[in-house]
Design a protein around this ligand. Structure first.
Ligand code: ADP
Length: 498
C-alpha cells in the first residue's frame, strides 16, 4: 500500500505539474503574439506621437478591456503612456498591478514573463526602442481559468487518490490471500503427515502454474519417501526374523546342555560345535548387515586405487580353491584378461568372493565354475558362470533383493542369509557398475558385472576407523564363516576347541 500510495501521489503530481506547465506555455505563446501587436503600434508611430494617439491605437487594435487583457505602456524610465481599464470580467484591477519584471527586462533588453501574485495575471514585459523613445510594453492575461482547471484537477486527485489506494490495497490483499490459499491447504496437509501417515497426498490444483508443479513434485517425493520407509521397515523386520532363528537354536541348545548333566565329552563337543555353527551363522549375518548399511551410507572401506580385475580374480580364486576342491568342483581361470578399473580393492574382492561362493555352493559335485575378465568398448567385464542348479525364471527378478533365497531351507542350511547378492549389487552401485544374470534351471548361471570405463559415479567415503573390523580380503567374513561351518560340519572336535 505504501508503494502504491507513493506511485499514485507521484503520478498525480506529474499530471498536475505537467498540465500546469503545458497551459502556461500555451498562454505564454499567445501573450507573445498579442504583445507583438502593441510593439508594432509603438514602432510604427512617428517620432512626435503623443500618449493619447498611442492609447487610441491600442484601444482600437487590441481592445484590452473587451478581451480581458491588461496593457500598460511606459516610457523609460517611468512615465506612464497608457494603461488599460478594468476588464469586462473584472478578473483583475489594472490600477493595482505592480510591475514585476521591469528591471529585468530593461537590463536584459529582451522580453520577460512572470505571474503576478494575488492578481491571477501572467504578464509579459517587453522593452521596445522606437524613433520616439524607449518604451516598456506590459501585456497581461488572466490565468484564473487555468487556475480553476488546476484546482478542479487537484480536488479530483485528492478525492480519487485515497479511493484508489484503499481499492488497490483491499484488492491486493484479497488477490494475495486468494493466490496463497492453495499454499495454506498444502501446509495444512503437510502438517498432518508423519512417518506413520505417508499415504496422505498434497492436494493438486489443476492451475497449470508453479504451485501445481510443486504439489506434484512433493507428492512424487512423498511416494519415494514412503517406498524407502517401507523398504527400511521390511528390511528391519526381515533382519530381526533372520537374527531370531539362530538365536532360538542357540538358546535351545544351551538350555538342553544345562539340563543334560551326564553327557560324554564327545557329545558335549558335538553340542557346542552345533552352537558354534549357529554363532558363525549369526556372525555372518551381522557382518553382512553391517556391510550393507555401510554401503547404503555410501561408505567404502579403503582408498580408491587402480585394480586389475584379472589379478584380483586369480588371487581370490586361489584363496577359495580349497572349498571348491572339497566340493569336487573345478575352477576354470583360462579366460582372465588384464583389465584395470578404479575402485575399492577390498569391496571389489568381495564381489568375486560372494559370486564365486554362490557358484560353488549351487553347483553339484563334478561341475565347473569359470571366471572371465575382459575389457570392451564400454569398460570392463567380470563374469562368473557355473554349471550348477540355475535359478528359476520367476525368481530371477528377486535374486538381488535382501534376504531373498530361492530355496530358503537349502540356502539357510548352507549358511546363506540371502544377503550375498544384495551386497554385490550395492558394491556395484557404489562403483557405478551394472550387474546382470543369465540363468536356467539345470543349465547353470552366469553373473556378469559391467564396470564403466574408469568412471566413478559415486564418490567414496572412508569408513570410520573405529568400526573397521572386517578382514581386508574377506570384509563380510563370508569365507571365514563358511570355512567355520565346513569345519564344524566335518570336524566337530576342532571347532569345539574353538
Ligand atoms: P545367500 O547368501 O543365501 O546365498 P545370495 O544373495 O548370495 O544369498 O543369493 C540369493 C539366492 O540366489 C540364493 O539363495 C540362491 O537361491 C540364488 N543363487 C545365487 N547364486 C546362485 C547360483 N550361482 N546358482 C544358483 N542359484 C543361485
Amino acid at each position: 500500500m505504501l508503494l502504491l500510495s507513493a506511485t499514485f501521489v507521484l503520478v498525480g503530481a506529474a499530471t498536475f505539474y505537467g498540465l500546469q506547465h503545458f497551459l502556461h506555455a500555451n498562454l505564454r505563446d499567445s501573450l507573445s503574439r498579442r504583445s507583438t501587436q502593441v510593439e508594432q503600434i509603438l514602432v510604427k508611430a512617428p517620432a512626435d506621437v503623443n500618449n493619447s494617439a498611442i492609447a487610441r491605437e491600442i484601444e482600437t487594435r487590441v481592445a484590452p478591456e473587451f478581451n480581458n487583457r491588461f496593457v500598460r505602456v511606459t516610457r523609460v524610465p517611468a512615465t506612464l503612456v497608457y494603461r488599460s481599464g478594468p476588464p469586462s470580467d473584472r478578473s483583475f484591477d489594472p490600477s493595482a498591478v505592480v510591475d514585476v519584471e521591469r528591471t529585468k527586462a530593461i537590463r536584459a533588453g529582451e522580453p520577460a514573463t512572470a505571474i503576478v501574485d494575488g492578481q491571477h495575471l501572467m504578464i509579459r514585459t517587453t522593452p521596445v526602442i522606437t524613433v520616439s523613445g524607449k518604451y516598456l510594453v506590459e501585456l497581461g492575461v488572466s490565468i484564473a481559468p487555468i487556475d480553476a482547471v488546476l484546482d478542479r484537477l487537484l480536488d479530483l486527485l485528492a478525492l480519487l487518490l485515497p479511493i484508489l489506494i484503499v481499492c488497490a490495497g483491499g484488492g491486493g490483499y484479497w488477490l494475495v490471500s486468494w493466490a496463497l490459499r492453495p499454499v495454506d491447504r498444502l501446509s495444512q496437509t503437510a502438517e498432518q503427515m508423519s512417518l506413520q501417515n505417508l499415504t496422505l497426498r498434497l492436494p493438486v490444483e489443476p492451475s497449470g502454474d508453479a504451485l501445481e508443479r510443486l504439489s506434484i513434485s512433493l507428492n512424487n517425493m512423498l511416494g519415494r519417501l514412503r517406498d524407502s520407509v517401507q523398504t527400511s521397515r521390511r528390511f528391519l523386520a526381515d533382519a530381526s526374523h533372520e537374527l531370531r532363528t539362530p538365536l532360538t537354536v542357540i538358546k535351545g541348545e544351551l538350555q538342553e546342555l544345562t539340563r543334560e548333566s551326564d553327557l560324554t565329552k564327545g557329545e558335549l563337543r558335538e553340542r557346542v560345535g552345533s552352537v558354534l555353527e549357529e554363532v558363525a551363522r549369526l556372525e555372518h549375518l551381522v557382518s553382512g548387515l553391517l556391510v550393507l548399511s555401510r554401503l547404503d551410507a555410501g561408505e567404502t572401506q579403503g582408498d580408491w586405487v587402480d585394480v586389475d580385475l584379472a589379478e584380483l580374480a586369480l588371487t581370490t580364486a586361489e584363496q577359495m580353491h580349497l572349498i571348491a576342491e572339497d566340493r569336487g568342483i573345478d575352477i576354470d581361470l583360462s579366460e582372465l584378461r588384464k583389465t584395470v578399473i578404479r575402485g575399492d580393492q577390498a569391496r571389489l574382492k568381495q564381489i568375486i568372493v560372494n559370486l564365486l561362493d554362490n557358484a560353488i555352493r549351487f553347483t553339484p559335485r563334478g561341475g565347473t565354475v569359470a571366471l572371465r575378465t575382459a575389457a570392451d568398448d564400454s569398460g570392463s567385464v567380470l563374469e562368473i558362470s557355473d554349471t550348477g542348479i540355475g535359478i528359476p525364471p520367476s525368481s530371477i527378478p528377486y535374486v538381488f533383493d535382501r534376504f531373498f533365497r530361492v530355496d530358503e531351507a537349502r540356502s539357510r542350511e548352507d549358511g546363506g542369509a540371502g544377503l550375498g547378492l544384495s551386497i554385490v549389487k550395492s558394491i556395484c552401485t557404489v562403483h557405478g557398475a551394472e550387474i546382470e544374470v543369465d540363468s536356467r534351471p539345470e543349465w547353470g548361471s552366469c553373473f556378469r558385472v559391467r564396470f564403466p570405463r574408469r568412471s566413478i559415479t559415486v564418490a567414496p567415503v572412508s569408513a570410520p576407523r573405529s568400526v573397521d573390523f572386517g578382514a581386508s580380503s574377506d570384509p563380510e567374513g563370508k569365507v571365514a564363516a563358511r570355512v567355520a561351518i565346513d569345519i564344524a560340519e566335518n570336524t566337530p572336535e576342532l571347532t569345539s576347541k574353538g
